[in-house]
Design a protein around this ligand. Structure first.
Ligand SMILES: Nc1ncnc2c1ncn2[C@@H]1O[C@H](COP(=O)(O)OP(=O)(O)OP(=O)(O)O)[C@@H](O)[C@H]1O
Length: 458
């Protein structure tokens, strides 16, 4: 953490700073509140030690000013041993804790350990509150499919390291979820996970959002700000859609990655960044490099660990578990925990190409649960594209591992859908009608008696 010590006694400044640095923190010293204000403006400070007796000034009066300065950090005050009132008053004015003078380095260590513990708890509580409030379906971070297994394995093996991870894959495949899971499995887990969505901002705003800016550095820069690099201090910065970062900003990102250094917009001072970077894109970055839209050096720096998320259509083996997971969640929310997919609806879902990947699957299942009126979800509860199947929307495509039965069923279904009678379908398939009937029965495609004259349900 970056910690500011505000005290006019050199011996206190030195001993506090020494104890904090020994714990691995960065320290900044101010003799009075004016200097403290300047440092707070210039540095991303995470906590403050403040003396209540600052020569002619009162540290107590400085406490209520902090929110006005936009500073929301924990403050530990130094009080004289005899002054219990000052300690009480400081807490009343917003201090987090207090230490009585004289103190030993161990006191500083203990107070800070307590503060860090509280910070961890606050982060955890916020995260849990977020999860409860958003009430999300469970995340499935295991797979039956080799390509997905490889991606999870690669990402989670790299998680405890400091290595930059680049997650590639189509939209909705779970890149953001994976980035967060990597962070949660790292030593930085109790520090912030900060996302920056690169394409949603103009070039100027993106730079300022990343690195911060100083007042007056561009039109609209009305006060000094700290960017997301500073907010993520100690934690992970997730650069979503990195493929869309303008070329002008790419050298700055490269420097951040290579040297962990940056400057705020309009500031000459170089600062150190303590962030782990994870980036994601649905663009083909190698192609972007070849076409001159993405710097090659940045690409290779980002790709220390490259993880490729497969499209959902390439994960047929995971479909049953994913479908059930979403169904369980939305059905329980509707108060119908026993709701099931009918066989036809399950097949229609399995046969679809899922251009929107997991995001689309989740939405389709949620919609179907809402629309269903019986004990089973029927094809009619699915969007139109699921019932008007085209040949391309089948799961039975080259390279897909399906059983012979599945292949046979798909073929029968397609032929039957295109002709007017089962007789005709049997002829096309080169089998007699009785064989076709037996096959359909065995594959669970018929429930009632056969009518060979009419077109039947596919
Ligand atoms: N492992 C998972 N288990 C269950 N649901 C998941 C999983 N991963 C992602 N999802 C769900 O899929 C949706 C899309 O996930 P996410 O936002 O991570 O995808 P993305 O690849 O980052 O998308 P985009 O490229 O559009 O930003 C979310 O609703 C998320 O909850």
């Amino acid at each position: 953490m970056n910690i500011l010590i505000v005290d006019d006694q050199v011996s206190v400044q030195k001993s506090t700073s020494y104890a904090l640095r020994a714990m691995g923190h960065e320290t900044f010293i101010a003799n009075n509140t004016k200097q403290a204000e300047r440092i707070l403006e210039e540095e991303p400070i995470h906590a403050m030690f403040l003396d209540v007796m600052l020569g002619p000034e009162s540290g107590l009066d400085f406490l209520p000013k902090l929110p006005e300065l936009g500073v929301e950090i924990p403050v530990i005050v130094f009080t004289a041993q005899t002054s219990v009132e000052a300690a009480v008053e400081a807490m009343r004015r917003g201090a987090h804790d207090y230490i009585q003078k004289p103190f030993i380095p161990e006191d500083i260590k203990q107070k800070l350990a307590k503060l860090e513990q509280q910070r961890k708890l606050t982060t955890k509580v916020r995260e849990l509150e977020g999860r409860v409030a958003s009430n999300q379906p469970a995340l499935l971070l295991e797979s039956n499919e080799p390509a997905m297994k490889k991606a999870f394995d690669m990402a989670f093996r790299a998680a405890p390291s400091e290595a930059t991870v680049l997650i590639l894959g189509p939209s909705g495949t779970g890149k953001t979820v994976l980035a967060r899971s990597v962070h949660e499995r790292s030593a930085r887990a109790d520090k912030p996970f900060v996302t920056i969505n690169c394409p949603s901002l103009s070039k100027e705003l993106l730079e300022s959002e990343l690195f911060g800016h100083v007042k007056g550095s561009f039109t609209g820069a009305l006060k000094d700000t700290w960017g997301k690099v500073a907010t993520a201090d100690g934690g992970t910065l997730f650069l979503d859609e990195i493929g869309e970062v303008p070329l002008e900003i790419q050298p700055k990102l490269l420097r951040l990655l290579q040297d962990r250094e940056y400057e705020r917009v309009g500031d000459t001072r170089t600062r150190k960044a303590n962030v782990r970077l994870i980036a994601a894109t649905n663009r083909d970055l190698a192609k972007e490099v070849a076409e001159g839209r993405f710097r090659e050096d940045l690409f290779y720096r980002l790709k220390v660990i490259g993880v490729e998320m497969p499209a959902l259509v390439d994960r047929p083996g995971d479909m049953p578990v994913l479908m059930e997971n979403y169904l369980k969640f939305f059905a329980a929310a509707k108060g119908q925990p026993k709701l099931k997919f009918s066989r036809e609806a399950a097949l229609a879902l399995a046969d679809y190409t899922w251009p929107g990947n997991l995001r689309e699957l989740r939405n389709v299942v949620e919609r179907a649960v809402i629309l269903s009126s019986g004990e089973e979800i029927e094809p009619a509860d699915l969007p139109e594209e699921f019932t008007s199947k085209s040949e391309e929307s089948s799961a039975v495509r080259p390279g897909h591992f399906v059983t012979i039965d599945r292949l046979e069923e798909e073929h029968i279904r397609r032929v039957v859908a295109k002709v007017d009678s089962l007789d005709q379908a049997a002829k096309i398939m080169g089998i007699d009608i009785a064989t076709l009937y037996r096959k359909r029965k065995r594959l669970g495609m018929v429930t009632t008696t056969i009518d060979t004259s009419k077109r039947v349900e596919a």
